[in-house]
Design a protein around this ligand. Structure first.
Ligand code: PMP
Length: 557
C-alpha cells in the first residue's frame, strides 16, 4: 500500500519549498501545512484522505476458477496441484465441522458482522471462491486450558487470545467472572450508586497506573473517547494526533481512513518514531493530545496486519527494539510536557500483558492519561481511563456551566466491578506474580526458538513478536499467503478473523504448549508448500505480483 515514487517526489518538492525559507516563513499557514506533509508516513496508511479516495475507486472483482489458481501466471501443472490441494482442504474442513458450518450459514443471513468477517478474511479477488469452498465455523462450544472446542468436538489451540483479553488463560477468567458475579449478586443490576468494591478497584488502579483518578466505561473505544474529550476540554484545542497505523477503537476521530464514511475531522496522522512528527508537535498550537498505542512497536507505521491485505509480495514487520521505542516515547513525553499536550497511552491491548504496570512500566515512560480495557474486566466488557487529577476533572468551579460530560448507563456495573476486583486481587498472588517474572526474556527466547524451528523446517515464514503478541512474516513473494490460515485451522490452530497477522498467546502457555504450536504451524506450512502456494513461475518477483494485481483492477475498471 505504499507509493514510494509519488511520495518521495512530494517530499522532495516540499523540502525544496521549505528550504526556500523566505516564502514559507512569510506564510505561516503554508509553512505549517508543509511541516505536516513532511511528518506524514509515505504509505497510504499515512494519508487517510487519499486512502479513502482510492477505496471509493477500487473496483470489486472476483477471480474465476481458472484464474484463481493461476493468479500469478502459474502454468497448468502448478495450477492443477493447487486446485487439488484446495479441494482436499475444502473437503476436510467441511467434513470436520458439519454442525458448526450449518449454524454459521444460518446465522450469517442476519449477522452483518459475520458477513463482513467472512468476506474480508482473505483478499477480495479470492474471497468468493474461498467463501464457497473454505467456510470456517464461527461458533465455539467450550474452552479450557489453551484449547477451544468447536460444535463438532474438534479441539483447537486458541491463539485468538479473545482479541487480547486472554492474558492469563480462560480458566482464570472463568473463575474471576464467577467470583465477580457472586460479589455483585446482592446488588444485581443496580446502577448509578457503586458497589463497595469500586473503591478498592480505584485504589488498586491508582497504584498500578501511578495516576490520581479513574473513570469506568464499557469498552476500550469509549475509554479512548473519554480521554480525548478530557484532553480537548482542558486544553481548549481541537486537534488530536495519532500515529500511522495505530488502532484506537472504531469511533470517528481515531479512524480517519477507509472504514469511516466521514472525512478525517480533527485528527492528524503522523509518522511514528520520527523527529519530523515531534517538530509538528512543537510548532502547532492546536493539538490537544497525542494518542499512542504501544503495540505499534511491533510494526511501526503499519496498520494491524491482517490476511485480507496480503495482495502480493509478503508481510514484513520490523519491530522496534524496546530501547528504541522507549527512547521515542521519552522524547514524545518531553515535547508533550513542553507544549501542554496530553500524552494518552492507549494500553487497551497491552495493559497487564507486557508488565504488571503495562507499557508505562515496560517502556519506563508515564502518560498523562492511560486507557485500559480488555483483560481488566476479568472477562467482562470494560474500558477504563486513569489520569492525573487535573486532566480527569469534568468541570470548572469558576465556570459552572462549562462541563465535560461522560456518563454511561452501564459504567461501573456491579458484576463488571466485581470481576475487575477479583482480577486485580489475583494480580497480587504469588502465582500470577511468577508469570511476570522474567517475562520479557522468556518470550524473546520463545520467539527465537520458534523461528529456529521454522528455519530448521526450511519454511519461508518467520514470527515477529512484542512479548506474547506475535505476527507472521512471509519471506517469499506469493499471492496466496492468506491460504495459510485455512491450513492452520485444519492443523487445529484457531486464529481470529484477521488470520496470521495476530497470534496472541496467554502468559500461561507452557513450553510444551509452545512446542505443540510450533509443530502445528510447521505441519500447516509444509502442507501449504506441498500444495504449491509458495511456488512461483520462474523469474517472478514480488513487484510482478503487485503489477498483476494492478492489471486485474484495471481490467475490472
Ligand atoms: N485501543 C486499542 C489499543 C485496542 O487494541 C482496542 C481494541 N482492539 C481499542 C482501543 C478498542 O477497544 P474495544 O474493542 O473494547 O472498544
Amino acid at each position: 500500500l505504499s507509493h514510494p515514487h509519488f511520495s518521495s517526489m512530494c517530499q522532495m518538492t516540499t523540502e525544496w519549498i521549505l528550504s526556500a525559507g523566505a516564502g514559507a516563513a512569510a506564510l505561516p499557514w503554508l509553512h505549517q501545512r508543509l511541516q505536516l506533509s513532511l511528518a506524514k508516513h509515505r504509505s497510504l496508511a499515512g494519508h487517510s484522505r487519499m486512502a479513502k479516495r482510492l477505496a471509493r475507486w477500487l473496483p470489486g472483482y472476483s477471480l474465476d476458477e481458472t484464474r484463481f489458481f493461476a493468479a500469478d501466471g502459474a502454468d497448468a501443472a502448478l495450477a492443477a496441484r493447487r486446485r487439488a490441494g484446495f479441494m482436499r482442504l475444502a473437503e476436510r474442513l467441511q467434513a470436520m465441522a458439519p454442525q458448526g458450518l450449518a449454524l454459521t450459514a444460518q446465522a450469517r443471513e442476519s449477522l452483518p458482522d459475520l458477513q463482513f468477517t467472512g468476506r474480508y478474511r482473505v483478499p477480495f479477488p479470492f474471497s468468493e471462491l474461498a467463501r464457497r469452498h473454505l467456510p470456517l465455523p464461527a461458533f465455539w462450544a467450550s474452552a479450557e486450558g489453551v484449547r477451544l472446542h468447536d460444535l463438532d468436538g474438534n479441539p483447537c489451540l486458541d491463539l485468538t487470545g479473545s482479541y487480547g483479553v486472554n492474558v492469563f488463560g480462560v480458566d482464570f477468567y472463568k473463575a474471576v467472572m464467577a467470583e465477580g458475579a457472586e460479589l455483585g449478586a446482592a446488588l444485581g443490576p443496580v446502577l448509578g450508586g457503586y458497589h463497595p468494591c469500586v473503591a478498592d478497584n480505584v485504589a488498586r488502579l491508582r497504584a498500578i497506573s501511578g495516576m490520581d483518578a479513574v473513570s469506568f466505561h464499557m469498552s476500550g473505544t469509549e475509554a479512548v473517547m473519554q480521554a480525548v474529550r478530557l484532553a480537548r476540554y482542558h486544553t481548549g484545542r481541537k486537534k488530536i494526533v495519532r500515529f500511522c497505523g495505530a488502532y484506537h477503537g472504531w469511533w470517528e476521530d481515531v479512524q480517519p481512513g477507509p472504514g469511516n464514511p466521514m472525512p478525517p475531522g480533527q485528527v492528524l496522522t503522523l509518522r511514528d518514531m520520527a523527529e519530523r512528527s515531534l517538530r509538528v508537535l512543537r510548532q502547532r498550537r492546536d493539538i490537544a493530545c497525542v494518542l499512542v498505542n504501544p503495540l505499534q512497536a511491533l510494526h511501526p507505521n503499519r496498520n494491524a496486519p491482517g490476511d485480507s491485505t496480503l495482495m502480493g509480495g509478503g508481510r514484513h514487520s520490523e519491530p522496534a527494539t524496546r530501547e528504541a521505542y522507549a527512547d521515542w516515547l521519552r522524547r514524545l513525553r518531553e515535547v508533550c510536557t513542553e507544549r501542554g499536550i496530553a500524552l494518552i497511552l492507549d494500553e487497551v491491548f497491552v495493559g497487564f500483558r507486557l508488565a504488571p504496570g503495562g507499557a508505562q512500566e515496560y517502556f519506563g515512560v508515564p502518560g498523562d492519561m492511560v486507557t485500559y480495557g480488555k483483560t481488566l474486566g476479568g472477562g467482562l466488557p470494560v474500558g477504563v481511563v486513569c489520569g492525573r487529577a487535573d486532566w480527569m476533572r469534568r468541570y470548572r468551579p469558576e465556570r459552572p456551566a462549562d462541563v465535560c460530560f461522560a456518563r454511561g448507563t452501564f459504567n461501573a456495573h456491579p458484576y463488571v466491578m466485581g470481576a475487575m476486583n477479583a482480577f486485580l486481587r489475583r494480580l497480587e498472588t504469588p502465582e500470577v506474580g511468577a508469570l511476570y517474572e522474567g517475562l520479557d526474556t522468556r518470550w524473546r527466547q520463545r520467539l527465537r526458538r520458534f523461528n529456529a524451528g521454522l528455519e530448521r523446517a526450511g519454511l519461508p515464514v518467520r514470527m515477529a513478536g512484542l512479548s506474547s503478541i506475535w505476527t507472521l512474516n512471509f519471506d517469499t513473494p506469493s499471492r496466496y499467503h492468506w491460504m495459510l490460515q485455512f491450513y492452520l485451522r485444519e492443523a487445529g490452530v484457531a486464529l481470529s478473523w484477521v488470520g496470521t497477522g495476530r497470534f496472541v498467546f496467554t502468559l500461561r502457555h507452557s513450553e510444551e504448549d509452545m512446542q505443540e504450536v510450533l509443530r502445528r504451524v510447521v505441519r500447516a506450512c509444509e502442507q501449504m508448500r506441498h500444495d504449491g502456494w509458495w511456488e512461483l513461475p520462474p523469474g517472478t518477483r514480488a513487484s510482478d505480483l503487485r503489477w498483476q494485481g494492478l492489471r486485474e483492477m484495471w481490467r475490472a475498471l
